[in-house]
Structure formats: structure tokens, C-alpha cells
Design a protein around this ligand. Structure first.
Ligand SMILES: NC(=O)c1ccc[n+]([C@@H]2O[C@H](COP(=O)([O-])OP(=O)(O)OC[C@H]3O[C@@H](n4cnc5c(N)ncnc54)[C@H](O)[C@@H]3O)[C@@H](O)[C@H]2O)c1
Length: 301
């Protein structure tokens, strides 16, 4: 396999596609944002081929899109991927979108005798840059085996979950439900620790080798909180999207998840307060700010 398409050159798609270029593939990038396409061209990618022509050229086409709406547009629009799919081309969606939409895309592509894997990724922008992503793929095992050498140029752990197309998607939603808990937990624990006079750097050193350790604590503390820089990363809005999908799944499965429901409501509140486009670790700052304004109010009473 030599020619690869990549649609969605954002925080994840740009480093992923750039690693494909570095691995020696001819990579055809596409994004609605012209600046992203220009940046990709500077990294050695090819641009300017319309989406409808990509499946005639590429053996595998990856998508990395921010929402159901964007994925619907790329796959189902007139002149979109499905209308022009060929049986020679494998489509791999690495976006975290709803399990239903992945089923719908698979059905439509199969009707055109094409091949589709839903393969969300974990590991963040750092993992995308360093080729250490985890892929969680659902769909045909033989199609997975054909596409996995290309995934290996972008990641370290490439899993085939099952032939059920949304099995990787559901696996990913469980991952992000836990990320939601860890992120909020780290934010509250660190706020209390700081107010109680602890040094956050030392706390991290100690807890990082204790049971309070988590990869999210490490990520959120080292890359964002310690630097007081909340440029994303993984935006709060994207986390909310994934928690919403997890809650929809819990309703379909008739599983009561009271704390998770509350957690989603808390993140939605943070979004309403204007934190949505920052990295999810911003909830630490938000909780800290709320607590310092509480103190101010007490002093004034
Ligand atoms: N950022 C992370 O840490 C992370 C980690 C794992 C998984 N993900 C998932 O990966 C996906 C992408 O995340 P991201 O952080 O890169 O998002 P992003 O918003 O940075 O990038 C999305 C890109 O898609 C482009 N796009 C939107 N609509 C399009 C369309 N119709 N046609 C072509 N391009 C279009 C945007 O212009 C943007 O460049 C999401 O589903 C997210 O949940 C993100």
C-alpha cells in the first residue's frame, strides 16, 4: 500500500498524517480549513484532490473528524466518500463519533461493496506526534489485517476488538468516561491540596508512584496545570461529546449511571461558562477560581 488519503487535519489528524508522510506513503490530505491544508503541504503532504476523487486514487482513506455532523458531511454528502467509494479502497474512521453513526456508515459502504473500519484512537496529541497511539478497531478482521501496517505507522498498540463495527467505538467511549472522572478528580484533589499548603510538584512526584497515580493525572498536571497553559490538546467540548455518547449508550442499554450523569452535567456547566474550547484540564483552573471567589465573598460579608 502506498497511496493514503487523510481527511481532517486537526490536532490529531495533522500529526497522524504527517507520520504517514514520514513513513514514506504518498498522503493526500483534505480539510475544510485551508490553513490546515497549507500546513500539511509544508510537511510533505499532497493537497488539492477533491474528496470524490480520493477513493479512486488511495488504497486506504483515514478520517479524523470532530463530530457526528462533520462525519455525516464527509461520508454522506453529495460528492462525499460513500457516493464515490470503490471496492478497492478501505475507509478507516479514527474519530470518536456515535456507535449508531459508525453502523450507518458501515452499512452504506457495504452496500457499495466497499470496506470500512471504525477505529477510534487514544493517546492524545502527544501520542499522535510520537506514534504511540492506541487504535481500537471494529469491523472485518481481514480488512483490519490489510490496514494495520498503515495504522502501525501512527500508533504502538493496534487492537482489533471484534467484527462488530462499533465495538472499538464503545471501547473508546469507556476510555473517555474514565478520562472524564480522572480529569475532574485531579482538578478537585489538586485544588484542595494547594489550599491546604501542599506543593503540587511534590504531590505529583509522590502520587505518581502511589495508587492515586493515573495517566490523566500525569498528562493534565505535567502538560497543562504545571505550565498554566490550557491550549488544547483535547478540548472540553470534545470530552462532552464523548460523555454524551456514553450516556446515550447507557440509556439504550438501560444501565443507571447516576454519577456519570452528574459528571456530564458539571462539564456542560463549565462549557456554558466559556471553558469549552480550552483543554479539558482547564476544569482545575475553573474549580480554583470558583474557590477563590467564594473566599472573596466570605471576606466581604
Ligand atoms: N485531541 C485529542 O487529544 C484526541 C484524542 C483522541 C481522539 N480524538 C478524537 O479525534 C477526532 C479529531 O479530534 P481533534 O482534536 O483533532 O479535533 P480538531 O477539531 O482539532 O480537528 C478536526 C479537523 O477536522 C476538520 N473538519 C471539520 N469538518 C470537516 C469536513 N466536513 N471536512 C473536512 N474536514 C473537516 C476541521 O477543520 C479540523 O481541522 C475527534 O473525534 C476526537 O474526539 C481526539
Amino acid at each position: 500500500m502506498k497511496k493514503i488519503g487523510f481527511i481532517g487535519l486537526g490536532n490529531m489528524g495533522m500529526p497522524m498524517s504527517s507520520n504517514l508522510v514520514k513513513a514514506g506513503y504518498d498522503v493526500y490530505g483534505s480539510d475544510i480549513n485551508e490553513k490546515a491544508e497549507e500546513a500539511f503541504q509544508k510537511l510533505g503532504g499532497k493537497i488539492g484532490v477533491p474528496v470524490e476523487e480520493l477513493s479512486g486514487i488511495c488504497e486506504v482513506i483515514f478520517t479524523s473528524l470532530p463530530s457526528n455532523k462533520a462525519a455525516e458531511a464527509v461520508y454522506f454528502a453529495d460528492h462525499g466518500l460513500i457516493e464515490n467509494s470503490t471496492k478497492e479502497c478501505i475507509f478507516v474512521d479514527t474519530s470518536t463519533i456515535s456507535p449508531e453513526l459508525h453502523q450507518k456508515i458501515e452499512k452504506a459502504i457495504k452496500e457499495k461493496n466497499g470496506h470500512f473500519l471504525a477505529a477510534p484512537v487514544s493517546g492524545g496529541v502527544v501520542g499522535a506526534v510520537n506514534k504511540t497511539l492506541t487504535f481500537m478497531a471494529g469491523g472485518s478482521k481481514s480488512v483490519f489485517e490489510q490496514a494495520s501496517p498503515v495504522m502501525k505507522a501512527m500508533g504502538e498498540n493496534i487492537f482489533h476488538i471484534s467484527e462488530q463495527v462499533d465495538s472499538g467505538t464503545i471501547t473508546k467511549l469507556m476510555n473517555n468516561l474514565l478520562i472524564g472522572y480522572y480529569t475532574w478528580g485531579v482538578a478537585e484533589a489538586l485544588t484542595l491540596a494547594e489550599k491546604s499548603g501542599l506543593d503540587l510538584k511534590q504531590l505529583f512526584e509522590v502520587l505518581n508512584v502511589s495508587y492515586g497515580q493515573s495517566r490523566i493525572y500525569e498528562r493534565n498536571y505535567e502538560s497543562f496545570i504545571a505550565k498554566d497553559d490550557y491550549n488544547p490538546g483535547f478540548t472540553l467540548k470534545l470530552l462532552i461529546k464523548d460523555l454524551q455518547f456514553a450516556m446515550e449508550l447507557s440509556e439504550q442499554q438501560q444501565v443507571e449511571l447516576p454519577l456519570s450523569k452528574e459528571l456530564l452535567a458539571k462539564y456542560q456547566e463549565a462549557d456554558t461558562e466559556g471553558y469549552g474550547d480550552l483543554d479539558m484540564s482547564i476544569v482545575y483552573k475553573m474549580i480554583q477560581d470558583r474557590n477563590s471567589s467564594n473566599k472573596e465573598e466570605e471576606r466581604l460579608v
